[in-house]
Every structure is written in C-alpha cells, then in structure tokens.
Design a protein around this ligand. Structure first.
Ligand SMILES: [Zn+2]
Length: 120
C-alpha cells in the first residue's frame, strides 16, 4: 500500500532527526501531501502509530495537510485547483494542462518536547 511507503519515510526522517538532535519526545508531526498522491490521512495516522512504537515518536499525532492539485490550462491559460484526480481545466474542460502542484510530500513542522535547551 502506498501509504506504508510514505508513512515509513516520514518515520525514518523523524527517527533520524531524533538521533541527530537528541529529541526524546515528539508530540506532533505535520506533513503536507499533494492531492495527486491520493493518500488516506486516517490510514497514514494508523500506520504511523504502529511504526513509531517504542521510539521517541510513539504517541505523536500525525497531522496530514492535503494540498489541492493546481493545473494551468494550455488551451485557455487559466489556473484551476482540483480536489480530485481529474486533471482537467475547470473553466473550459480541456485536458491539455500543465500540473503546477499536487505532488508535494514533506514534513512541514514538528512539535518536540525537549530537555535540551539548545533545541527549544
Ligand atoms: Zn481551460
């Protein structure tokens, strides 16, 4: 399942950060995912809870921010935002479009509990 791959890559990145910084407790992880990826946030949260068990991120909340897909029409030149995977222009219906965004996948922010003042 696609969600496993993405969620495990988030978990790997967070674990690596924890090792580098000495963070012992992660409270929340906010990630941004473009609409083209069509992820299921509930499923990702579920997978993450299992993956993070016995790590500093155990019990952390995984917040998934879904971003719209934006396309620029090559026929009429307008930009439309789609929240589905039908990448047609909302104005003229043309499928001759350029995808401007929708493939994002990144960690936006972390909420960390730390005893180390240099990382507060
Ligand atoms: Zn158009």
């Amino acid at each position: 399942m696609y969600e496993f791959t993405l969620t495990n890559s988030v978990n790997d990145a967070v674990q690596r950060l924890c090792r580098q910084t000495g963070w012992t407790k992660i409270r929340r992880i906010m990630i941004r995912v473009g609409g083209i990826r069509e992820v299921n946030p509930e499923l990702m949260a579920f997978i993450f809870a299992a993956a993070a068990k016995d790590t500093p991120a155990e019990g952390a909340v995984l917040s998934v921010m879904l971003l719209p897909v934006t396309v620029k029409c090559r026929s009429c030149g307008k930009i439309s935002a789609r929240d589905d995977s039908d990448f047609a222009c909302s104005f003229c219906g043309s499928r001759n479009v350029q995808i401007l965004s929708g493939l994002e996948f990144n960690i936006e922010a972390l909420e960390v509990e730390s005893n180390n003042p240099s990382y507060d």
